[in-house]
Design a protein around this ligand. Sequence first.
Ligand code: FAD
Ligand code: SF4
Length: 346
Amino acid sequence: MNPFDYRRAEDAAGAAAMVADNPAAAFLGGGTNLVDHMKLGVAAPEVLVDITHLPMDEVEALPEGGVRIGANVRNSDLAAHPLIRRRYPVLSQALLSGASGQLRNLATTAGNLLQRTRCVYFQDTSTPCNKREPGTGCSALEGYQRYHAILGASPDCVAVHPSDMAVALTALDAQVVVQDAATERRVPIARLHRLPGEAPEHDTVLNHGDLITAVELPDMPMAVHARYRKVRDRASFAFALVSVAAAMSLGADGSVSDVRIALGGVAHKPWRALRAEEALRDGPATEERFAAAARAELAEARPLPGNTFKVALARSAITATLRQVHAEARGGDGHGGPGGHGEEQR
Ligand SMILES: Cc1cc2nc3c(=O)[nH]c(=O)nc-3n(C[C@H](O)[C@H](O)[C@H](O)COP(=O)(O)OP(=O)(O)OC[C@H]3O[C@@H](n4cnc5c(N)ncnc54)[C@H](O)[C@@H]3O)c2cc1C
Ligand code: SF4
C-alpha cells in the first residue's frame, strides 16, 4: 500500500474542497472498498479525507412525506431502521442480501453507492483493464464473463455495478444530494451511475471532490409492497448474478395502476426496467403480462459467450418478482413486512 496522509474536515463543504483541491485525494467512508483497493494497488490516493465524523448519520422523515438518509448511515443501521422497514422494505431486503454483518456495520450509504465493480480483472493489476487503466484493453472480452453485463455494455467495458442497495434505490426513485466546495445539488439516482461507453473509468457523473451528503426517498405508498430478489451462486457473501427490485400498485379493478422495476447484475449501472414498466402499466395483472414485460425488457440484451444464461435468468427473476409483489399488493399470500424474503439471505 502506498503511504498516504489522513485528514479530517470540519464540515461537508470543507471536505469537498479538500478533495477537489488535490487530484490524489479521496473521501474515506467505511473503507471496506477503498482500503481493499489500496491494498491491491488498484487505488493509490495520497490523501484520505475521513468524513465519517460529519453529521450525516441520521434517517429522518421529510415534511412532504419522504425520508432523508444521511450519507454516513451504516448499512446495518439503515436496514434495521423502523421507517425503512415499514415504508421501504425493499431497501432493507437489498441491504441485508449484501456482504456480511461485519461489513454492513462499517459500510456507509454513500460508500455503498460508490463501490466499484467486482470484475476480477479490475481488481488484478497484472491484467489489462480499461476501467483501472484507460486504453489498456478489456480482459473480460476474452475471459471470465459469468458476472458481466448483458445490457448497455460497450466494446471498452462489460463490467456490472455491484451494489444491491443501489438497485432498490433505483426502483424507489431516490435522489442523491451532492455537495461540492460551493453548492448543493440533487442527482436522480437513475442518472448517478453511467454506462461505460468509451470512458469506463468514470463510474458516475460526479466530479472529483463531489461529496454525497444524503439520499432522499420520495413518498411512495406502493413501496410498502416492494420486494428485492437476488439470484447468486451462494446463499450469502456473494454478489448478484441477477437481482430485481419491484413495486406495484393496483387499481380498483385489479389492473396494474403503477409499477417500478430495477435490475442488478446486468449492466454497468443499476438498470431501471422502463420497457417492462411501460408494458405493464394500465393493464391486467396476469402471469402472461408479467412474462411479456420481462421479455420486452430483455429484448435488447446482448449477452457474452460466458453469460448467455443470464438472459433467461433475468426473465424468470423479473416474472417471479412481479408475481410476488402482485400478491403483496393484493394483500394476498406474499410474505409481508420487512421480515419477508430478503432477510433470509444473510
Ligand atoms: C467480501 C465482500 C462482500 C461484499 N458483498 C456485497 C454484496 O453482496 N452486495 C453489495 O452491494 N456490496 C457488497 N460488498 C461491498 C460493500 O457493500 C462495500 O464495500 C461498501 O458498501 C462500501 O462502503 P464504505 O462506506 O466502506 O465505502 P468506502 O470504501 O469508504 O468508499 C467507497 C468509495 O466511495 C467514496 N466515498 C465514500 N463516501 C463518500 C461520500 N460521502 N461522498 C463521495 N464519495 C464517497 C470513497 O472515496 C470510495 O471511492 C461486499 C464487500 C466485500 C469486501
Ligand atoms: S469489463 Fe471493465 S472492469 Fe472488467 S476488465 Fe473489462 S474494462 Fe476492466
